[in-house]
Every structure is written in structure tokens, then in C-alpha cells.
Ligand binder design. Sequence first.
Ligand code: NAP
Length: 311
Amino acid sequence: MTVGPAPGPDSAATDADSPEPLFRQLTLIGCGLIGSSIARAARARTLAAEIVVNARSPATRARVAALGLADRVEPDPARAVQGADCVILCAPVGAYAELAAAIAPDLAPGAILSDVGSTKQSVIRDVGPLVPRGVHFVPGHPLAGTEHSGPDAGFASLFEGRWCLLTPPPGTDAGAVARVGEFWRAMGSMVSVLEPAHHDRVLAIVSHLPHLIAFTICGTADDLADETRQQVLQFAATGFRDFTRIAASDPEMWRDVFLNNREALLEMLARFTEDAQAMARAVRWGDAAYIEDKIGRGRKIRRSLIELNQA
Ligand code: NAP
């Protein structure tokens, strides 16, 4: 199911159309790039009467308070979810099981529990069994981000024109799915509902594998001798520079993504390795037509992305 198109930035000023905020109390567990962007967008568009943030470290809690991102900053996740009608997990996916166990007894009946994690089968596996009866679990994943992390890195327009994928397990209350979809559409996203395994395979190729390649290529360059490394950095204004931007992403977040989408990532890596070997063979044997064809396909893909407004 696809819901769209995205409302433009003007939708921030639609208070007259929807006088009631979508949620009474929105609680965000974790407040880095994604959590703080949700806080900013929800506040700018009056999507919640109250925003409560739980963050792990005192430094992040102090920053969230100083930036005015929340009405209340709570050090205890269980207290943070008390009274919330919508809770969104915004921490790395490897922390979800522990966080879900900590908040489950305090989730209010009828509340929505959602998340923004980059893997979806693992989230359903780790969180699903801990969700109390009467709480609606609607996993989600905004396809939006940058290589920066932490509460200072977020911005209210991050989700505008970007997809948000929802992967509700079978039997999830349709009304809850619709409300979460409405929330993301109100922040400017286009919303689509996907089967979790399908989500993980698609994301493995479009996001997780490119990050794996970027981290690897930067590691390979770093392993080179000192003299060469200096030249790598000195002359980085080529393709390498784009890899370094991706490779600057948060290590904890990406460690968890790799470990929690293991099967799909390894499958895509195996296919990629075969294709890279085929390219190596073409280079070795001077198969110009093969090389040109592959490069041509790359250009075509780039053009389609630009046409789809996703470049
Ligand atoms: P981030 O900027 O690094 O922020 C992570 C937040 O989670 C911080 O508030 C951090 O607290 C907290 N946290 C980390 N480990 C925790 C733990 N063990 N227990 C409790 N809290 C913990 O990361 P992000 O980019 O916002 O990513 C958050 C989620 O969004 C991840 O699940 C990721 O897969 C997903 N996502 C990311 C992107 C992207 O491009 N970055 C895009 C879409 C979805 P401290 O600051 O106190 O350490």
C-alpha cells in the first residue's frame, strides 16, 4: 500500500485544518539524528501536545534540553513512556530488546509503539514478543538520513519528500497503522507498507551494502603505506571522497544494522562479489563492450533516481 504524495513544507501551517494534534504525548526513546529530527518536525507541525525524550547519556539529555527539543527530558525510559499514546524507538536496533523490556510494563493500553530502525525482521523478532496486549506495534523506517549523528545533527525537514516504510506484523490494528502513516505524511514523507523480509532485502542492496563497501574501501586505503595514504587524502577530490562521506556514519548504528540484517546483507554481498569478479575479468581480458555496458547501466540508474526526485 502506498500513501502519497507528500504534502509540501506548507503543510506545517495546516493547524486550521487539524486543530487537534495527532498525539497527546509523543515519547522518543533515543534522540540522535533521527529522534531529534522527529522532535523538531513534530514540534514545527504541532503533531503532539507534549514531546517527551528519553536519552541514554547525561550529555545527550543536557543537549536535548538546551536545544529545547522536548517538553520533558527523562533519564528513565520506563517513566518516559508513562502516559504516552505514541512511543517511537530511535536508538540503534541492537538496543531495542533491552529498551522494549524496560518500557513494556509502562506502556499504556491503546498506545502505539513504533520505531525507526534500519532493519525490520530483527525489530519484530526482538520487540514483538515483549509488546503488551492492547498496545499497537507498528514498526517503521524513514529512508532519510545523513552521515551525522547526535541531537545537534537533526533538522525538521529531514523527512520531506522521503519515503517512510511501515512493516506491521500480521494482525496489527489497521487504525494504528493509519495513524502512524498520517504522522509521517504530516512530516512530509511518502508512506508505503512493506512485508518485513522484503524490506530487509531491498535495504540490503540500496543502503546496507553501499555502507559496507564504503567502510571497507576506506579501511583498505587506510591500510596502505604512509606515503600512499597521504596522497589518498591529498587527491581525495574524486570518487573516494564520496565513499568517505558515507563512511563517516555512526559506528554503533551501522554495527547493529549489519549484525541484524545478516542474511540479506551476506546474500547481496555474494551477488556483488560475483559481479565485481565479472568486471575484473572484463578488465583483465580487455572486454571493452562489457565494461561500457556496466557503466552505461550505472548512468541510467542515476538518471532514474533524479527523475524520481530521490537523488
Ligand atoms: P544517532 O544519531 O547515533 O543517535 C542514537 C541515539 O540512540 C542517541 O540518542 C543515543 O544516546 C541512543 N542510544 C544509543 N545506544 C543506546 C542504547 N544502548 N540504549 C539506549 N539509547 C541508546 O543515531 P540515528 O542516526 O538517529 O539512528 C537511530 C536509529 O535510526 C537507528 O536504529 C538507525 O538504524 C535508524 N535510522 C538511521 C538513519 C541514518 O541515516 N542515520 C536513517 C534511518 C533510520 P547517546 O547519545 O546518549 O549515546
